[in-house]
Every structure is written in C-alpha cells, then in structure tokens.
Write a protein that binds this ligand. Structure first.
Ligand code: ZN
Length: 243
C-alpha cells in the first residue's frame, strides 16, 4: 500500500539539543552564555519548521536539564525515529577556526581537531581514542547489525544534506562532512549525526550563531537538510520496498 505523507520519507525526527543542566558546553565570549542555551533554541526553531512540514518531532530535552548521552540515543531508538540530529556549536582553543561541519560516527577521527572535539562533546564519557584492534572489534560488532550498517551508511548522506542546506543559511564557510567518535551516536539504530553549526568563540561567527537571526537561519537550514534526506534517501527506498 502506498500513501503519501506531508514529508516524504520521514515520520519521526529526534532533535538533540547538545548539553544541558550542569553540562553547559562551550562558553560564548560575546554573550557570556553557554552552548546549551543556543542548542536548545536552534532545536526548538528547527522543530517548528519540521512540524509545519508534517513531521513528528521529539526533542531529547525541552528545557535546561542534565541528560546522559546514552539516554539521548535510547530515546531516539525507543521512538523509532527516522533520523537523530544532535545539535552543537563548535569551539576551539584558538579563536581562528570558523564555519560549520557535520559528523557521522567513526572510531577514527578525521583529524586531530575532530578528535579533540569529540572528546569535549562526549562530556568525559569513555570512548576508544584510537582504533586499537579490540576497539575496532567493538565497533565492527555494533556495525555488523544489518540495520545499523544501513543507518551508518545513510548517516553520511544525512550529514551531506545538512552541510548543503546550512551553507546558504550562514555567511561562514562549510567545513564539510567529517567523522569522529561521538558517544551520542553510538548504538543509534537510525541515521544519526552531530552537527556543529558554527564556532561559538569566533569573533564574527560566534555573534552570528548566538543571534536571533543566526539561530533562525541555521535552524531553517537544518530542517531543510533533514527534509531533503527524507525525500531523496528514505522515500525512494520505502517506495522500492513496497513493490
Ligand atoms: Zn557541544
């Protein structure tokens, strides 16, 4: 049976506002506020867009509270979500780096900056640092699950759609699709990514991504990327499987 939904290929999307409660995330030197404030605002605004497009959206947190990384993944799995997007703002020891980037799960990080970022975002949760043979075995075991192999493959496509749709929504560069060992993505049964929408400590971008206009624009780009993923990746597959 075929029936069209308002948003092809998507029924439930879980958005994860990074950090919360005592886990404040990176500090914005311009506003004196932390990352957790803006991840929630961006998630709420993105949720509005998606709901307007007919998608059921669940936020892992609706307010400023502590929430373990494993609980965020569990919530998405239990909800049977089509997509999990964990929303963050980047920060760097130096003030130089600028732009947005989106990650899918890998035990080996794209580069040293990606590895350090994952350590920060993991809130001290243990993760294998480098793919030692045993750790590789663990990840391989996780990925061997058929559904998760497909989901992991699709996560790369989801990341690419987010990067593509964010690009025109921010005046700062697209740093592309990257990989790193983010604990919040471990064990997700659906395509899951961490998006870092901009550097909170950059002199210009830090102001943009914490401004009302920047939050609205970034949220719109994220929603558009998620809708594209549903329409271009999920929906054609669902159609094929109905034949
Ligand atoms: Zn973060």
């Amino acid at each position: 049976m075929f029936f069209a939904t308002a948003a092809p290929g998507l029924s439930t999307v879980v958005l994860d506002p990074g950090h919360g409660g005592a886990n404040e995330g990176a500090l914005c030197p311009h506003t004196g506020q932390h990352e957790k404030v803006y991840t929630l605002q961006i998630a709420q605004a993105a949720a509005e867009h998606l709901r307007a497009a007919g998608v059921k959206v669940i936020l892992t947190r609706e307010d400023d509270r502590d929430l373990a990384l494993a609980d965020r993944v569990r919530l998405a799995n239990d909800a049977g979500a089509d997509v999990l997007v964990s929303i963050h703002l980047n920060s760097s020891p130096r003030a130089g780096p600028v732009g947005h980037e989106t990650y899918f799960l890998s035990l080996s990080a794209s580069d040293e900056a990606a590895r350090r970022l994952a350590l920060f975002e993991n809130d001290g949760a243990p993760v294998p640092e480098e793919p030692a043979p045993s750790a590789q075995g663990d990840l391989a075991a996780i990925l061997m699950d058929l559904g998760q192999t497909q989901a992991h493959h699709d996560a790369q496509a989801l990341a690419a759609h987010l990067v593509r749709r964010l690009a025109p929504r921010t005046p700062f560069p697209a740093r592309g699709v990257k990989q790193a060992p983010f604990v919040v993505l471990l064990g997700a049964k659906m395509p899951a990514v961490v998006t870092e929408v901009g550097f909170i400590n950059h002199k210009d971008e830090g102001r943009y991504v914490t401004s009302d206009a920047g939050i609205a624009a970034v949220a719109r780009g994220l929603a558009e990327g998620i809708l594209d993923f549903g329409r271009l990746v999920n929906a054609p597959r669902e159609k094929r499987s109905e034949k």
